[in-house]
Write a protein that binds this ligand. Structure first.
Ligand code: NDP
Length: 303
């Protein structure tokens, strides 16, 4: 188990990527299978371009095949759906990720619905959502959304068994809050999901042995919201101006938790940056490896 108050997501993700690389090499040597991940980017959103570049680089570094599809911003829904269908039918592609957000003329739900659930490495398809909530195993095991999957790996590494612990998830989005709550239920936590209508949020948060913040509000969670010794997972990524009176126009990334103050109270905490963020892409690679194994009828490795 890890030591110290800071949960080092960067180091944890590097270790996970190394294990994925080893298992990928073994899959090739023993079964002649090379996992392939297709990433589709529509338009020129600068943040999305950075994510897609990092995903492609780390996919290749893990020994997997990376297929990049960059489409112009004016791409129509039918054109994108035709590409998804082509990737669904391509045996070299084991995982498909369509980078969100998509331009207004395309329905995100229609695109998510069109992805083969067995290749849905984001875990957003309704079949994977259902499998996660019904606790599917074996052939019915879900592909789990990458960010909550990474949070859960770090929690288990830090705490061992989570059974019986009180967990509070702040945020109820489909990509973070809800799947995070499902994973915590599966680990036998007693789970509360809080959101913008929750009454007396600080009091709710203070009941948490595990506090997961996935809100998108810089420094919202204060030290006196945290139960002494609690494990705090900060999913938030918020860009704020550096403290120079706005003179330089420079920005920095902060989380949803007032980390410096929270450190005095929490038992363990993920920093931002360097906590949950690096785990998300590593878990995308983990899901691609898992998907490739399942498609080939091979038991996926425990990572
Ligand atoms: P959403 O905007 O989809 O959801 C935010 C949630 O926070 C909603 O459920 C909302 O409640 C709740 N909320 C908003 N304001 C408050 C408040 N004042 N008090 C209590 N709850 C509140 O965000 P995401 O889930 O997509 O992302 C959350 C954060 O995590 C963002 O900062 C995002 O950038 C980051 N993120 C980080 C990732 C990573 O890799 N580390 C990956 C994905 C996201 P309601 O439902 O009532 O509106």
């Amino acid at each position: 188990m890890a030591e110290g108050k800071i949960i080092d997501g960067k180091a944890f993700a590097a270790g996970l990527r190394e294990r994925i690389g080893r298992e990928t090499a073994r899959l090739k040597a023993e079964h002649d299978v090379i996992p392939g991940l297709a990433v589709v980017l529509v338009g020129e959103n600068p943040a999305s371009q950075v994510y897609v570049r990092n995903k492609a680089r780390q996919t290749a570094e893990a020994g997997m095949r990376s297929f990049e599809h960059k489409l112009p911003p004016e791409t129509g829904q039918d054109e994108l759906l035709a590409l998804v269908e082509k990737l669904n039918n391509d045996p070299a592609v084991n995982g498909i990720l369509v980078q969100l957000p998509l331009p207004d003329q395309i329905s995100e739900q229609a695109v998510i619905d069109a992805i083969d659930p067995d290749k849905d490495v984001d875990g957003f398809h309704i079949l994977n959502v259902g499998r996660l909530s019904t606790g599917g195993t074996g052939a019915s095991a879900p592909l789990v959304p990458c960010t909550p999957l990474g949070c859960m790996m770090m929690l288990k590494d830090r705490l061992g068994s989570l059974s019986g612990l009180n967990a509070v998830v702040i945020g109820r989005s489909n990509i973070v809050g809800k799947p995070m709550a499902q994973l915590l239920i599966k680990e036998s936590c007693t789970v509360t999901v809080a959101h913008s209508r929750t009454r007396d949020l600080p009091a709710v948060a203070r009941g948490a042995d595990i506090l997961v913040a996935a809100v998108g509000r810089p420094g919202m969670i204060k030290a006196d919201w945290i139960k002494p010794g609690a494990t705090v997972i900060d999913v938030g990524i918020n860009r704020v101006p550096v403290e120079d009176g706005g003179e330089s126009g420079k920005t920095r990334i902060v989380g949803d938790v007032d980390t410096q103050a929270a450190m005095a109270v929490a038992g363990a905490i993920t920093p931002v940056p360097g906590g949950v963020g690096p785990m998300t892409i590593a878990c995308l690679l983990a899901n691609t490896l898992t998907a490739a194994c399942r498609q080939e009828g091979i038991e996926p490795p425990a990572l």
